[in-house]
Design a protein. Structure first.
Length: 442
């Protein structure tokens, strides 16, 4: 049963109640759209109590959805503000160090006046001993020497696919096997074809890490904390006349077996890397830290704690003072990861708050398609809000950076929205053409 109120053209307002089938209802809805009619369908068979229960349940669901939406939006704003605030504090601290830091011109002598102050030291490093691996006879005077061991093993890959058997759809798991170099032991006992593809049960060779006891830049000794931050590793040059005869050179690695180009299961590959070369041709290293003298009278460079509680320490292979900071202040993967998480939270919040936005747009007599547009519309809106928050956070500290983010950030979002609206107009035109064709056929 449908009730139709007509108010279009020269027709008088009237209430008409008719009993129609599904086909007639569809036809009448199409007709009412062309003549600007308002169509309402009312089910007269639903009890009053059921209507009240349904309305109460729907209201509860709406309130829960709105609550989750507000929670996600607030969480995204708070998390993003914290992340940008931390990054700004870090940038401000390092920029302050550039202006207040004390570059040491003569690293061969200790300046007592710099005790407890932030200093910048750059020069060749020196270590106290030669790092040696008796297994392969690899020797190198450096700060760190690492040996990575890999074994040639079988790897099982399982793929699941659906097949139709006797009219039923079932899943079938197929296994494929390949050989590859692996740093961890692969247990072949769990393979589907474990009798054919067998790996050794343990490693005969293992990884190795060696480190110098003392590292100096001129008269300044680096603390253990700073040595731990030396993580720029390079491949160790291998001298074929000094290595153990049981190993073969394969590119920049050592190989145990018959033929490195056709390895067998159980063969080993050893790769050596180092950090902080010293000796005859030492690496140039730049260090930022605090000068402190120990009880034994040794002057060390230790981490510097800023007033904001940030631990400042830089150890890089850079000769120039400003080059060191340009490398250090580049956005880290963690910073971008948090920004992406906040974007996802904002997107979920906007989806949950679509009902509230719909009421606001309806009150302002706006286009409802702005709210109920596909997910790409809400995603672009979330990106725009996140860019706006980032620009506001950075504007008081770096106005140029904040302005660039505010201006350029929304451009991709606006382009996507314009393209989507254009596609929607084309779809509406196609629907109107189909409706006109149906009317002509009728």
């Amino acid at each position: 049963t449908i009730s139709v109120i007509t108010n279009g053209g020269d027709y008088k307002s009237d209430l008409v109640t008719m009993n129609l089938g599904a086909a007639e209802i569809a036809s009448y809805k199409h007709l009412s759209t062309n003549f600007n009619h308002r169509v309402g369908v009312r089910n007269r068979g639903l009890p009053t109590n059921s209507e009240e229960v349904h309305s109460s349940f729907q209201a509860g669901v709406n309130f829960c959805t709105i609550g989750f939406g507000i929670f996600f939006v607030v969480l995204a704003i708070g998390f993003l503000s914290w992340n940008e605030g931390y990054v700004m504090g870090l940038v401000e601290s390092y920029e302050s160090a550039v202006s207040k830091g004390n570059p040491v011109q003569d690293i061969s002598q200790i300046d007592p006046n710099l005790e407890g102050k932030l200093i910048f030291v750059s020069g060749p490093i020196s270590s106290d001993k030669i790092l040696h691996d008796p297994l392969t006879n690899i020797s190198l005077q450096a700060v760190k020497l690492h040996r990575k061991v890999e074994m040639y093993q079988w790897i099982e890959t399982q793929r699941e696919r659906e097949i139709k058997v006797d009219g039923r759809i079932t899943s079938k798991v197929s296994s494929s096997y390949e050989k590859a170099w692996q740093e961890a032991l692969v247990d072949s006992g769990n393979f589907k074809e474990s009798l054919i593809h067998r790996n050794p049960k343990k490693f005969r060779l293992h990884n190795l890490k060696q480190e110098a006891n003392y590292v100096n830049i001129g008269a300044y000794r680096l603390s253990n904390y700073l040595i731990g931050h030396m993580t720029e590793f390079k491949s160790v040059p291998i001298n074929p006349y000094k290595i153990n005869s049981h190993f073969k050179i394969w590119y920049s690695s050592l190989y145990t077996g018959l033929d490195p180009f056709h390895p067998n299961i159980g063969d080993y590959k050893l790769t050596y890397t180092y950090a902080g070369l010293s000796g005859d041709s030492p690496d140039q290293v730049s260090v930022l830290g605090e000068q402190r003298t120990t009880k034994e009278g040794i002057t060390e460079i230790v981490p510097h704690n800023t007033a904001d509680g940030i631990v400042m320490v830089v150890v890089m292979e850079a000769k120039q003072y400003l080059d060191l900071f340009e490398k250090k202040l580049q956005p880290t993967p963690v910073t971008w990861f948090i920004r992406i998480i906040c974007l996802i939270l904002m997107y979920l919040g906007l989806i949950s708050l679509s009902g509230v936005f719909s009421i606001i747009v309806n009150f302002l007599k706006g286009d409802q398609r702005i709210i109920f547009f596909p997910s790409v519309g809400k995603l672009t809106a979330a990106a725009f809000i996140c860019c706006l928050l980032i620009s506001v956070q950075w504007f008081h500290f770096k106005p140029l950076y904040g302005t660039v983010v505010l201006i350029l950030g929304p451009i991709p979002c606006l382009l996507i929205v314009v393209c989507c609206r254009k596609c929607q107009e084309w779809m509406d035109e196609d629907e109107d053409d189909d409706d006109n064709d149906d009317d002509e056929e009728e």
